[in-house]
Ligand binder design. Structure first.
Ligand code: HEM
Length: 520
């Protein structure tokens, strides 16, 4: 809110008199700023402020060519405003928490005025509204802070996510939602479908903080379903309740330095004790998201007759070390070692030697979640690029006046729209198929969708970096989201199956369904 001093009115002529060192005012978007004392502290230096086209003048265009709007919203800079220009009103406003963006293509069509959708009902909009407000107000500030300092998600965010049922909603529709007051009662658990879940993931992805986003208990999205679907009572209810309430953290521990997409090549072993009451687990796991701060590990193990999934609790013999990856340490990415870890046989998830089924039934949902986030991440970059191309002046014209820039924007927008539309179609199929049918019919579709999402995401990252130039490789300032996106986008192309592996899977699935009587 404007202070009394900020309500003062000045003419442009009055402002023009304050144009020297020690007495320096500028106009930005009809607001008058006194930079007299700030000039020496200005990160961009003093000389640029003393330029005759800036000092005492309207610096709006110069300012927005060099700074993000958020600079003016920071309290230490906002208080430099001393008033406004008589008879003029500021035009540039920051989006309010929870608001939809008005920038074209910054929202999917179902959230764009006048457009309609066959898929989304009023309850989806209600969930979207509640999620956006929650993300903007509670999660976004924490995300920006910890993406940078590498610390894990703050306890107040975990608490709020648990209370609003966000952790549970990220696991999809199902019995685990029963008894949860989702988003304070905005949606009944039995009404919750895959489109509601799609919204939850896409709103989270808007934080533009990829490492923190994974640190936001993504381990549960992939590590808890095996417990939920294959765990034995009473362990199942205990672990599910602990994780959904945010008291305990779980992760999925499958990939190893020895094998990633090649599940059959895993070396971590589980051998029964002579009395048959325990497993003894030995081995290592690598790139385990949330592993650093996990209490439970859903572990893929080699067993005598094949492959078994076992829930290992953090206990003697379990150690986790942080791995430095190209995104934030807030994700808690770990190298995990199991050294003669004793685990009760009741912790077996699914049947002994039947671990492949446990893993495979998890994959479709996991990959679809990644598609949801990836598609929304691309859209965020489209919005950044549209704003930049519009406000950045080059050769005396906005960047968007260049045909080559428009061509890049066109490709970005087309990829983004194609991805979201395919994603919505797949989501509709998920809503109308049983879990088993999904495994049978959607594994190929989802594999191709993920391959397409992550390839197009990388193309968009490249194009965006070109548009932002040096700022696209700078971690602060105008291009900070583009730099971040370009640096972290390869994660999506690797997690949940590398692109080439998924492409191959999709084609093999299709060939299996080829009719025997079909010929050219
Ligand atoms: C209220 C007035 C201003 C404030 C609070 C301010 C603040 C800042 C801050 C925080 C930065 C660091 C980069 C960032 O985080 O975006 C910066 C950089 C810079 N500022 Fe300002 N600034 C102001 C006005 C201006 C004006 C009028 C100019 C005119 C030319 C200017 C020129 C620059 C330049 C050249 C940089 C370096 C940009 C870069 O490294 O890409 N600033 N300013």
């Amino acid at each position: 809110m404007a202070t009394q001093a900020q309500n003062k009115q000045f003419t442009r002529e009055e402002v023009a008199k304050h144009n020297k060192k020690g007495d320096l005012w500028v106009i930005i978007d009809a607001k008058v700023f006194d930079l007299s004392r700030f000039a020496d502290l200005h990160p961009g230096g003093v000389s640029v402020l003393l330029d005759e086209e800036i000092a005492g003048q309207d610096a709006t265009e110069a300012f927005f060519g060099l700074h993000r709007h958020e600079v003016l919203l920071k309290p230490q800079y906002a208080r430099l405003q001393i008033g406004s220009i008589t008879g003029e009103t500021a035009e540039i406003t920051a989006p309010k928490p929870g608001e939809l963006s008005k920038v074209p293509y910054a929202e999917p069509t179902w959230l764009t005025p006048v457009f309609s959708s066959p898929y989304f009902k009023p309850s989806h909009r209600e969930v979207q509204k509640a999620m956006r407000k929650f993300i903007d107000e509670v999660v976004y500030p924490d995300a920006q802070l910890h993406e940078e300092d590498g610390k894990r998600v703050s306890p107040h965010v975990v608490k709020a996510m648990a209370e609003l049922g966000v952790i549970a909603m990220r696991m999809g529709p199902g019995k685990h939602l029963q008894g949860q007051k989702l988003l304070g009662g905005v949606i009944a658990p039995e009404e919750f479908d895959y489109f509601h879940e799609l919204i939850v993931h896409q709103e989270i992805s808007r934080t533009g903080a990829r490492g923190y986003g994974d640190g936001l208990l993504s381990g549960a999205v992939i590590g808890l379903p095996p417990v939920l679907n294959f765990g034995q009572e009473p362990l199942r209810s205990k672990v599910v309740a602990e994780v959904l309430s945010g008291q305990k953290v779980i992760c999925l521990a499958i990939s190893e330095a020895f094998a990633g997409s090649d599940v059959a090549g895993l070396k971590t072993s589980a051998v029964k004790t002579p009395d048959g009451k325990h497993w003894i687990v030995n081995g290592t796991k690598k790139w385990i998201t949330n592993g650093v701060f996990s209490d439970y590990f859903t572990v893929g193990c080699r067993t005598e007759g094949g492959f078994t999934v076992i829930l290992v609790e953090r206990s003697e013999g379990v150690e986790t070390k942080a791995i430095k990856t190209s995104y934030s340490a807030a994700a808690g990415t770990a190298f995990v070692t199991f050294d003669n870890v004793l685990v009760p046989v009741e912790n077996t998830l699914g049947s002994e030697d039947g671990g492949l089924l446990v893993m495979l039934s998890n994959f479709n949902h996991e990959r679809w979640v990644m598609c949801a986030s990836s598609a929304r991440g691309q859209r965020l970059v489209v919005e950044e690029c549209l704003k930049w191309a519009n406000q950045r002046m080059v050769f005396g014209k906005p960047l968007v006046a260049q045909a080559v820039v428009r061509s890049k924007l066109a490709s970005m927008i087309a990829r983004c729209e194609a991805t979201q539309n395919w994603l919505e179609n797949v989501t509709h199929q998920m809503n109308n198929m049983s879990y088993k049918e999904q495994s049978n019919h959607l594994a190929g579709q989802i594999a191709f969708l993920k391959m397409y999402c992550t390839r197009t995401a990388q193309e968009t990252a490249e194009d965006a970096t070109q548009l932002f130039g040096g700022r696209g490789i700078t971690r602060t300032g105008m291009g900070r989201f583009v730099e971040h996106y370009h640096r972290t986008v390869p994660f999506d192309a690797l997690l949940g199956g590398a692109e080439d592996v998924l492409a191959d899977l999709g084609v093999r699935q299709a060939m299996r369904k080829m009719p025997k009587n079909s010929r050219l």
